[in-house]
Design a protein around this ligand. Structure first.
Ligand SMILES: Nc1ncnc2c1ncn2[C@@H]1O[C@H](COP(=O)(O)OP(=O)(O)OP(=O)(O)O)[C@@H](O)[C@H]1O
Length: 496
């Protein structure tokens, strides 16, 4: 064989068709560096509740793991054969659809009550659904939240439920380390785990439909909830206040309710101090978002615990876990965090699989695959332009893990000013959350204000020049950072 022939790119595999029986799903997992195009040839199908259009080609990449489900049966065409693919006829989609129907009834009653129809039962009967979804690691919590949100927006009632992500390990609409909330008025598509819930306006080109998402974001700064549970508790309550304020001025929109996606640490803890934190954080969610439905995904013990704690005033419902949920290991989660950080600045273009004709007009979750390229701005700023804080000490065990009687010099909630010039400051390659401007009224200012400010955007420090007291920062767009405040967490930027 000639060396030219040996080096030639592998021939694209011919498209393959799958005919799916009603109530079955085609599951797939992609390897790094590969992409997949799926076309719905005929019938009806959806990906986690988002409907596919007949004849349209959808792209998936960045190690995406997902499923095409059909209620009535369909034929799909795959551009290539992914490393893992199979069809299953055991799915929990009917139970999920039943939950949706129950939530839909609550929305309609809430809207009727708002329009003055007398409620048939108690006042609680006319409350919109405010749903907390909890469950262990890899239970499919995010998938359940996405599916329920998508069914709500597809219901033809113009609902725009608020989707709240309090899992700082997930990334949501921005970068990992944040918790956020936004109203969903169009289905949340699935194309890449770089954007599990679609793009937000801060980083997406204005031509994209998903650009309508304008999340409220707080920066916790770490992926693990045990790192600083007190801070997370405070931020969850801040997020709740914001969501409630929005609902107070939009009584009609309030009827759509809200869905809260939680981290797996809310479900299980190996230590007794961890158990305190998780119960404290579940309570923070229940209080902050005035939860009236708790969905426990596939965990009997947690279901019993929630029934005992909240069963007298909240509907606690156990729902099955899908057999299709993939166990995501720590190296995979680390790679996804890097995809997400990268996608925030550079977008997440998806290269169509080899051999896919351009006439296929393939889209990534409804967006043109290449339009998602972004051009961040790199600027050199003075150390004095930006005031950087870290919340609490650099490496810190929670107070409850300290020996009895021990106190710490810096509390978990104390903003500590970081000097980029000091050795070991950790500012080089740090991800920074640029905070919204503080209250202009000096009388309203307080010491810990930075804990309560929302995020305006994110920066990455790509180089530091200590003698000249300057640093280079990457930002989504050009702008001045003079006089601004930023928070540092434990996420590092790597250019790759
Ligand atoms: N039916 C399915 N078929 C194929 N893949 C699926 C299916 N359901 C979920 N997945 C995939 O499994 C992975 C884990 O699912 P998901 O993120 O919903 O779980 P989670 O419980 O929210 O995870 P975490 O442990 O991070 O809290 C995701 O990549 C998701 O796309």
């Amino acid at each position: 064989m000639s060396s030219a022939a040996a080096k030639a790119a592998p021939a694209p595999s011919p498209p393959k068709e799958w005919t799916l029986e009603p109530e079955t799903e085609y599951r797939f997992e992609l390897d790094p560096g590969t992409s997949l195009a799926i076309k719905l040839v005929r019938g009806h199908a959806e990906v986690f509740g988002a409907e596919l259009a007949e004849g349209k080609t959808y792209l998936f990449a960045h190690e995406c793991k997902a499923a095409v489900f059909t209620y009535q049966g369909c034929t799909i065409e795959m551009s290539c054969i992914p490393s893992t693919e199979y069809v299953s006829d055991e799915t929990p989609m009917y139970p999920y659809a039943n939950v949706h129907i129950a939530l839909e009834k609550m929305r309609l009653l809430a809207r009727d009550a708002h329009h003055g129809s007398p409620p048939s039962g108690t006042e609680a009967d006319s409350e919109p659904p405010r749903v907390l979804v909890i469950g262990p690691e890899n239970a499919g919590k995010t998938t359940v939240c996405k599916t329920l949100a998508n069914y709500a927006v597809r219901a033809g009632q113009d609902w725009a439920p608020v989707y709240i992500n309090v899992d700082p390990g997930e990334g949501g609409w921005t970068v990992p380390g944040s918790i956020s909330a936004t109203s969903i008025s169009a289905p949340l598509t699935t194309a890449s785990p770089a954007h599990p819930l679609g793009n937000a306006a801060t980083s997406a080109p204005t031509t994209l439909t998903s650009n309508a998402l304008l999340p409220i974001v707080y920066w916790y700064g770490h992926s693990e909830t045990k790192r600083n549970p007190l801070l997370l508790d405070r931020q969850i309550r801040n997020l709740g206040e914001n969501v409630n304020e929005r609902h107070e001025v939009d009584a009609e929109g309030r009827a759509a309710g809200l869905i809260v996606d939680t981290p797996s640490s809310f479900a299980a803890s190996s230590s007794s101090s961890g158990a305190d934190h998780r119960l404290m954080l579940i309570r923070a969610c229940v209080d902050a978002f005035r939860i009236n439905v708790i969905l426990v995904v596939g965990h009997e013990k947690l279901n019993v615990e929630m029934q005992r704690t909240y069963g007298n005033r909240i509907n606690v419902v156990k729902i099955p876990k899908s057999g299709g949920v993939v166990d995501l290991d720590p190296p995979y989660r680390h790679r996804i965090h890097n995809y997400q950080l990268h996608a925030y600045f550079y977008g997440h273009p998806i290269n169509p699989p080899p051999g896919l004709p351009t006439s296929a007009n393939a889209t990534a979750g409804g967006e043109s695959a290449m339009e998602t390229n972004l051009s961040p701005s790199s600027s050199v700023i003075s150390f004095d332009d930006l005031t950087i804080y870290r919340i609490g000490e650099k490496s810190m065990a929670p107070s409850s893990a300290l020996p009895i009687g021990a106190t710490r010099s810096v509390s978990e909630m104390q903003p500590v000013k970081v000097d980029p010039a000091s050795p070991g400051s950790g500012v080089l390659n740090a991800m920074l959350a640029l905070l919204a401007p503080p209250n202009p009224d000096d009388n309203e200012r307080y010491d810990e204000e930075v804990l309560d400010l929302q995020v305006a955007g994110f920066l990455a420090v790509t180089s530091i020049d200590v003698p000249r007291r300057r640093m280079t920062v990457l930002s989504p767009g050009p702008g001045s950072f003079a006089g601004r405040t930023a928070i540092m967490g434990s996420f590092e930027w790597t250019e790759s």
